[in-house]
Design a protein. Sequence first.
Lengths: 262, 361, 274
Amino acid sequence: MVKKTLSNVYMTLIFLFLYLPILVLIILSFNDSKTRVEWGGFTLKWYIECFQSETIMTAFATTLQITVISAVVSTIIGTLAAIGISAMKAKSRAFYLGSTNIPLLNADIVTGISMMLLFVKFVDLGFVTVLVAHITFSIPYVILNVLPKLKQANRSTYEAALDLGASPLYAFYKVTWPEIRSGVFSGFLMAVTMSLDDFSITYFTKGAGVNTLSTMLYTELRKGIKPELYALSTILFFTVLLLLLLVNYLPNRKKSTTVERV
Amino acid sequence: MKRKLIVFGLIFTFAIASLSACGDNSSGDTGKRSENTLTVLNYGKYMDENVIKQFEKETGIDIKYEEYESPEEMYTKYKAGAIDYDIICTSEYIIQKLISEGEVLEQDYSTLSNYSNLDTDILKLAQSYDPKNSYTVPYFYGTVGIVYDTTKVTEDEVSSWNCLWDKKHKNEIIMMNSVRDAFIPALKLSGYDINETSEKNLREALKLLDKQFPIVYAYFVDEIGDEMISGNAHMALIYSGEAAYAMDFNENLAYTIPEEGSNLWIDSWFIPKTCQNEEAAMLFLDYLCGHDVGMANFEYVYYASPLTSVVEALDEEVRNNEAVIPSKESLAECEVFTSIDDEKTALLNHLWQELKSRTVQ
Amino acid sequence: MNKLKRQLLAGPYLVWIIGFIILPLLMILYYAFFDENGSFTLEYLSHIASPINVHAMVLSLELGVAATVICLLLAYPLAMILNNLKIKNQSLIVFIFMLPMWMNFLLRILAWKLLLNKNGVLNTVLMSIGLEPVMILNTPAAVVFGMVYEYLPFMILPIYNSMARIKKDYIEAAHDLGANEITIFFKIIIPLTLSGIISGVVMVFVPALTSFAVSELLGGGKVLLIGNVIEESFMQGMQWNAGSSLSLVLMIFVMVSMTIMNIFDKDGEGTAVW
């Protein structure tokens, strides 16, 4: 009994640690005061102003576009690559995995600058360069989520399906896909999260007039952040929360899938 | 499976909605630029949004507006040749560097219809980096001084830069986290010019900074105003405009320039070599020097404006606030930064890192 | 034949690797070894051992290790508790720990500053119950705090995953054979979660070692890590060559620590970082 209480207290403390800043931001989004340091009463005006500000909405839209496109593209390339890598011999596999680790291990700023150095040699910086950069640092997350699933998957069932006359595509869809699905999904989710949270790489690879929420926020730091951004973050946070609840509490799920190896 | 599809679906609808909502203005695509575009690069939060919109409406010129945080970042991005900017606003010492590198186009700015609105005193001061006023047009200016909490620090104390070394205020002093600004008090106290570059003399100043390090609460750039508003320190080295902003929110705060003298900074516009649309750039500059636009920007930025009509239109109280509009006397006590070459910049940065890593010899 | 076909699926990725991973890396190498005039030099590399860099490297190591150890100590008990909850849908756990990351990092750190400030929420609460205020901001401790906050989920998830995979039979068998809780913990649970621990350690240690934003935001400009030195040489001094050579060293450093961890991680399960 004591043990149970203790674990509950401990768990609560950790959650508090992770979610306290978010609570602060949510409270600030309702704060009717120009500076962020004092409470000036409850207001909803930041929510209204946030939707009226063209800069914020444009940055928000750019962020969404980059996040979604980069996550989808990197999920496709990454999943295909993982399937390819799993069929490789040790040597080429080591090459692929080694290269995959590079963007993960490099300091963000180094990745960002090295890409900028490359891009400026060939094209103008702009929306596309940011997108390419985001895809690049997202692919490793997908691969590393899918690969362990492929390892666990039973190769012989796929080959058996082929022997029984199934087309490779059909065999993939019926046999391999169900096994790696959860890995692909968590890879996609990681890609979305990383892309949303990135600042350094975006900063160096973006062109004039292209702003994501992160880069806009950074320039905002100069003179205090607009409370509208707290409002937008709060909306974003609850949207994700809603999606999460939807995913987990909709009826019908036979047996929980295997552990997500994130 | 179904649930996952729903999530994917939702995210997609989200994205597609946003794509269609702003497909025309957001993506700022690479490559093609339309005839009538002006790519503007400016400090963050340094222009009223409506000013830009108004200009677009009046002239039909499309503005691509880009912001940056520190002039060094701007310089890095500019020198990387990443983007062809048409017009840029930045600090005088960076402009001077760019002028010496041949990156700035010379113009006859006196042809601008609103040019006469610029304060001739400021133009004269600007000649220290732009001798013929032919490369730049001043945008905002100000001083570097001390903002202090009048309930904790007396006016007498802050009359000298020595106050920043007073152990009485341990952990209550905020310094600026930029090399050249942070060196101002130390150089002045050691009896040198703020543009000192000899290694021996800089090291002497560095010793002072090293002595100060243990009593400094933090080295900040942007947060100084907010930190002072919330009463986290007794005093701070600060830009005058930032002090004016802080004083607006906390009436216990005051601003002063110590008697040893300080730095006067001027942020100016220039047209870089990469400019593709000089005509529009000139038009934009002229527009910025007009009274109404100047006023709107002043109210938004709240730094000292070099436009005489704007200053004249201000209330007595605002005009006499040293943090908003520096008096002619303090202008006389202040020097403008001159640019220093790459080698000396590297030296300064090195000294700064020595200070931060506590390896000063 | 079939295997070859499958390997071809990695084709697009190969193009991507060459174009956007290897080529940019070569740019860094180029800047580390060639000066403005394009001639080969070891000058930049020789600066690496300067007192500033050594000091920054040592401090980064210290703070990185501290953050990793604290994360491990916080995460391990939590993973056990979560595992005992027997939540059916384990992806829920993943979501809960990733969710905070959907709020911008800069904003979240900013919120911590508001909480931990001299006159912040935490100190107001502490003082109202008669306790001494905490002055943690702008110290190395604050930087460690920020790192723990930012990277804790990366420690929790792999440990939790490896723990969830332990078969109940092992523990029951050990019980039947007379092992007590402590023996079970050290002889069964820890060895079986080792790959998770190693993944977690790598995932926390590497970003903590290379980070510059946390120290900038919470260190009050008084904590100079190797990431800050690199950032400053690129951003402030235009010393791309020096910055590149430093990043090169940092990369080698990270790879070495990865290799060491791989040696300990014999079954290779943890190598995939996740």
